[in-house]
Design a protein around this ligand. Structure first.
Ligand code: ATP
Ligand code: FE2
Length: 331
């Protein structure tokens, strides 16, 4: 079985093609970026309308397939930005009806987890899902992915992107902050905001903004020092919360997934912790870490093979569909 997956929840319009053995046949995307400032939903939507056809053709070409070779269409039904989600949903419904093949709407966050399980081979991990809008610690129990901890305000990626915006960096800022952080070892004290298994980032963001606006900026400390301090603080918080989760529930695997999983410093902190606790650790490979169509295609295959498909009228997009609301029919 060959599935074409469509991703359009926010900044990225992606199409991936996977087979049911778990092989990625093609995975192409176009991402809306900026030189400075954040993502405006209307501009990201316009970007998706401009690029969908190019990405579709490019993906089919890379996979050496025609549309008539596709057996199943999957798309991100939520959560995300409404107007962006609708671009993918309309394309998915159109392709499914034109090709007379089944359609499955999947949850974007769950797709980030399942693609990581596929690449790591982990069967029952604690997952640290870190991306733009979401930061959650999850594990599967009794039919659902249950939340063991999560951000009380913004996702860690959004934190990095808005801190980057205050420094005049464009979107996405996470990778740029990682590079600047490598040039410093000077830690500037920041709030360390962890409450039990949950954590928060907006206080750290406010403190960093005050430091950027202070007269001491570029005298006592530099942008590199702030990037280093921000990374050390938020990644230590995420590592501590994940360690607490693994200590509470008896799992043997830690999986890191989502866009921020590309960060080498976060990977290092988690792998050191996992080694100390003698549990396995793995990170989703870079091309599958940020938003992409392949993870949506894989999620579509899992759900379809377990008996789920949707009629077009059941595929209304949902901006606020939470990870722990998804009925897991494939485990
Ligand atoms: P969500 O999955 O919560 O809906 P999203 O879909 O917007 O969020 P992803 O594409 O999964 O997010 O992740 C994008 C985020 O990853 C951005 O905030 C970006 O700054 C961050 N990011 C990408 N690369 C890195 C990196 N090397 N270090 C830190 N952050 C990174
Ligand atoms: Fe995402």
């Amino acid at each position: 079985m060959i599935c074409l997956g469509i991703e359009s929840t926010a900044h990225t319009f992606g199409i991936g093609i996977m087979n049911d053995s778990g092989k990625v046949l093609a995975n192409k995307k176009a991402t809306f970026t900026t030189e400075s400032g954040g993502i405006q939903p209307s501009k990201a939507t316009q970007h998706h309308y401009l690029f969908w056809e190019f990405v579709l053709k490019d993906t089919l070409k890379k996979a050496k397939l025609k549309l008539s070779d596709i057996d199943l269409i999957a798309f991100s039904q939520g959560p995300g930005l409404g107007a962006c989600l609708r671009v993918g949903a309309v394309l998915a419904r159109t392709l499914s009806s034109k090709l007379s093949i089944p359609l499955v709407g999947v949850n974007h966050c769950i797709a980030h987890i399942e693609i990581g399980k596929l690449t790591s081979g982990f069967k029952d991990p604690i997952t640290l899902y870190t991306s733009g809008a979401n930061t959650q610690i999850l594990a599967f129990a009794s039919g659902k992915y249950r939340l063991f901890g999560e951000t009380l305000d913004i996702g860690v990626g959004n934190f990095l992107d808005s801190f980057g915006r205050d420094l005049g960096l464009g979107f996405p800022a996470g990778p740029k902050i990682e590079q600047f952080a490598k040039k410093s070892k000077k830690y500037i004290e920041l709030p360390y905001t962890i409450k039990g298994m949950d954590f928060a980032f907006s206080g750290i963001q406010t403190k960093l903004r005050q430091l950027i606006n202070s007269k001491d900026f570029n005298k006592d400390y530099t942008k590199e020092d702030l990037c280093y301090s921000a990374q050390e603080t938020v990644y230590a918080i995420l590592t501590e919360a994940t360690e607490r989760a693994i200590a509470h529930i008896n799992k043997q695997e830690i999986l890191l997934t989502g866009g921020v999983a590309a960060n080498k410093r976060l990977q290092k902190m988690l792998s050191t912790m996992a080694k100390d606790r003698e549990v396995r650790f793995d990170t989703v490979p870079f091309p599958l870490a940020g938003d992409n169509g392949a993870m949506i295609a894989w999620q579509g295959i899992l759900e379809y093979k377990a008996g789920r498909s949707h009629k077009p009228k059941e595929t209304k997009v949902s901006q606020t569909w939470r990870t722990d609301q998804v009925d897991v029919n494939w485990i």
